[in-house]
Design a protein around this ligand. Structure first.
Ligand SMILES: NC(=O)c1ccc[n+]([C@@H]2O[C@H](COP(=O)([O-])OP(=O)(O)OC[C@H]3O[C@@H](n4cnc5c(N)ncnc54)[C@H](O)[C@@H]3O)[C@@H](O)[C@H]2O)c1
Length: 330
């Protein structure tokens, strides 16, 4: 049974499987991510916009450091996004490692695979935002049935209890079939296979997308299919949606700094839409979210280190409680 590491002498390493074995519930993730978003919304954080390197045009590595004084948590996630990994190498698009440090002495205290926390904190942000921006929604459309799409279905089922159906769509039809076959026995909400992007956009109140992130907007979901009152929550920046929709909607983002950085890197060739608020500000009640039933709301959440570091603290503490991981010398 391992205990707390001796500060400055050793740190705890957890593999991907060991992180999963901690058995952290979706309710715990939702609570942790909500807390991180509220801290962000109240400006009680330090989180520089991502520092990145780009070995090929469509890929990025990001260093994601954050400090949350209210949680006593500090650390950094180091991730890559290689959109062609699934086809080229049968590897995930996104992989990474996260290091947590002791706030008082600064020394590293744990290091772990970040796949699980990224797969979970991202849909937690989407559904917490959906609950705040579109309470009582009955229909949810999900584009992309990969790692994110699957967890979005689980988190939507957990938090958005008024939902009657989630319609899932993927360009690879087998991915949608597999998601429904595997998850329908686990969730209460009815899962439906979408027939086309147009039908899914037109028939659902809340829409989310987790497909690929590309520099050039692909405008796969056309602006003319989007109607008054819908809420759109992309995890894939500006790739899937028509920039005209973002321009005419109320544009809310998780981090204005991050979106401005992506704009500087050329991801918004037509210009970054005017930002009305940040997701955390809406959750903290600092700024309004939806202000009328007719408004189109686009809430782009590209992922924030504050959520990762809050999750990292939870993982670190749970690992100590359960004696999971290996203590390694520094
Ligand atoms: N915002 C965040 O915090 C955050 C966090 C993690 C991942 N992401 C992004 O989310 C996206 C999905 O990540 P993932 O790990 O689930 O990837 P994944 O490869 O597991 O799944 C992506 C799925 O999208 C499908 N797809 C691709 N283009 C499509 C299209 N035009 N229409 C419908 N389906 C399409 C693919 O067939 C695949 O099944 C990536 O762009 C990733 O960078 C964002």
């Amino acid at each position: 049974m391992s205990t707390s590491p001796q500060l400055g002498k050793e740190f705890r390493y957890l593999s991907a499987e060991e992180v999963i074995s901690l058995g952290i519930s979706r309710e715990d993730v939702l609570e942790t991510v909500r807390r991180a978003l509220v801290e962000h919304g109240r400006a009680r954080y330090e989180m520089p916009a991502k520092v990145g390197v780009h070995p090929y045009p469509e890929v990025f590595f990001h260093a994601m450091p954050a400090y949350l004084p209210g949680l006593g948590a500090v650390g950094m996630k180091w991730i890559e996004c290689y959109p062609n990994n699934p086809e080229k190498f049968a590897l995930p698009q996104t992989t990474g490692l996260q290091v947590m440090n002791d706030v008082e002495s600064g020394v590293p205290i744990s290091l772990f695979d970040s796949a699980w926390l990224t797969a979970h904190r991202t849909p937690a942000v989407t559904v917490l935002a959906a609950q705040a921006l579109h309470p009582g929604a009955r229909t949810f459309g999900m584009f992309g049935c990969g790692i994110q799409g699957r967890e979005h279905v689980r988190y939507a089922d957990t938090l958005l209890t008024d939902l009657e159906s989630i319609t899932v769509y993927d360009t690879r039809e087998e991915a949608a079939d597999r998601l429904i076959a595997e998850l329908q026995p686990q969730v209460e909400v009815k899962l439906v296979k979408g027939t086309s992007v147009e039908a899914v956009v037109k028939e659902n109140e809340i829409l989310s997308s987790a497909t690929v992130i590309l520099r050039e907007p692909q405008s796969i979901a056309k602006d003319e299919w989007v109607s008054a009152g819908q809420t759109i929550l992309p995890c894939d920046l500006n790739t899937f949606w028509d920039p005209a929709t973002c321009a005419r909607g109320t544009y809310i983002v998780d981090s204005a700094d991050e979106h401005e950085l992506f704009a500087e890197m050329g991801y918004f060739p037509g210009g970054l839409p005017d930002i009305a608020a940040e997701t955390g500000q809406v959750l903290a009640g600092v700024r309004p979210g939806r202000t009328s039933a007719d408004e189109i709301v686009v809430n782009s959440n590209i992922g924030m280190a504050v959520c990762d570091i809050a999750m990292g603290k939870l993982i670190h503490e749970r690992a100590i409680d359960r004696g999971v991981g290996t203590l390694l010398p520094l």
